[in-house]
Write a protein that binds this ligand. Structure first.
Ligand code: AHM
Ligand code: MG
Length: 331
């Protein structure tokens, strides 16, 4: 659908989903309920992130390390609680898998449903105390009602995915498998308004985004690639520039809008890269592909990986199609 500016700014996320649910597709009706929970959770998290400094919510929670050996921040825990609560109350969930939970959570009883949500409630939280952009990432799968154990599904089976970025404004970017649309929170009405309809990533960009401090541990071939693009000697003969926030949501939001390459490759220390397949790489990969881009481990499409466990890590090269293709030749 093509939106005029007036249509766009009068379309809220709820309107957008309602329109798709009319006609009776049962999955769309469920997604409407699920996204109603997600919207409400993201609004609360945005509020907490904004007030963290004045409500003593910065800093460590003091709960020790999570299953991935990372210390939890107060806001990691609060965001996780909000996300779990709102998703459960959608009445559609069978399982929830979170970065902040060692094991997946089974939802039964009156709230139990057929869907799986995997999420990182507050990604990039090392940035939070400096008031730098952070975000929530999520992927939604279907078909778990009768599963005795948490079903591990490939990213290509996601029925929806998205992220919410808490930055100078709060933006929720989503896909339900028919393109990518972005909604900005209007803090006076509390509604997410359609500000980024039908997002299309440029086929090639001129920005790369990675933790360049890891380069000494990278494979030699990848170092060659960077040498080339930084000198303007890559396939596009353009000299690339670096942008790196260190919050995947922020770095991916820019990549979706401006194009370019975001990567967290495997290195000598992190054999499988750093980012988690289920709730970081796969949702972003679905968004990238739905916006015309690509996502690869360097060897295979991220969305084709059969996961082995909830917190599995994966190397990632994601962004503009031509940039991902070129970088993967050196991966
Ligand atoms: P987190 O889930 O513990 O916040 O870690 C994920 C974050 C991503 O947002 C970001 O892309 C990456 O870690 C940055 O890692 P590094 O600090 O190694 O550059
Ligand atoms: Mg994370």
């Amino acid at each position: 659908k093509v939106y005029s500016k007036k249509d766009r700014l009068s379309t809220t996320l709820s309107d957008f989903l309602r329109e798709k649910a009319i006609g009776g597709d049962p999955t769309m009706r469920d997604l409407e309920a699920i996204f109603s929970g997600i919207q409400s959770a993201c609004r609360s998290i945005a509020d907490m992130v904004g007030k963290a400094g004045i409500q003593d919510m910065t800093g460590m929670a003091g709960t020790g390390e999570n299953v991935q050996g990372e210390e939890q921040k107060k806001l990691d825990i609060l965001s996780n609680d909000v996300f779990k609560d709102k998703l459960t109350k959608s009445g559609c969930m069978a399982y929830l898998g979170s970065e902040e939970e060692d094991e997946a959570i089974r939802i039964t009883g009156k709230f139990g449903g057929d869907y799986i949500a995997v999420f990182d409630p507050l990604d990039g939280s090392s940035n939070i105390d400096a008031a730098i952009s952070v975000g929530t990432i999520f992927g939604i799968y279907k078909g778990a009602k009768n599963a005795e154990e948490f079903p591990l599904k490939k990213g290509s089976e996601q029925v929806a995915a998205g992220y919410c970025m808490y930055s100078t404004c709060t933006i929720l970017m989503i896909t339900i498998g028919d393109g990518v649309n972005g909604f900005t929170l209007d803090s006076s009405s509390g509604e997410f308004v359609l500000t980024h309809p039908n997002v299309a990533m440029p086929k090639r960009g001129k920005i790369y985004s990675c933790n360049q401090g890891n380069i000494p541990a990278w494979p030699e071939s990848l170092k060659t690639y960077f040498d080339k693009i930084c000198r303007g000697e890559g396939e596009s003969k353009t000299k690339y520039g670096l942008r790196y926030i260190g919050s995947m949501v922020g770095d991916m939001h820019r990549t979706l809008l401006y194009g370019g390459l975001f990567l967290y490759p495997a290195d000598a220390k992190n054999k499988n890269g750093k980012l988690r397949l289920l709730y970081e790489a796969s949702p972003m990969a679905m968004l990238a592909e739905q916006a015309g881009g690509k996502a690869s481990t360097g060897k295979e499409r991220v969305l084709d990986i059969e996961p082995q466990e909830l917190h599995q890590r994966v190397p990632i090269f994601i962004g503009s199609a031509d940039d991902v293709d070129e970088a993967c030749k050196y991966a």
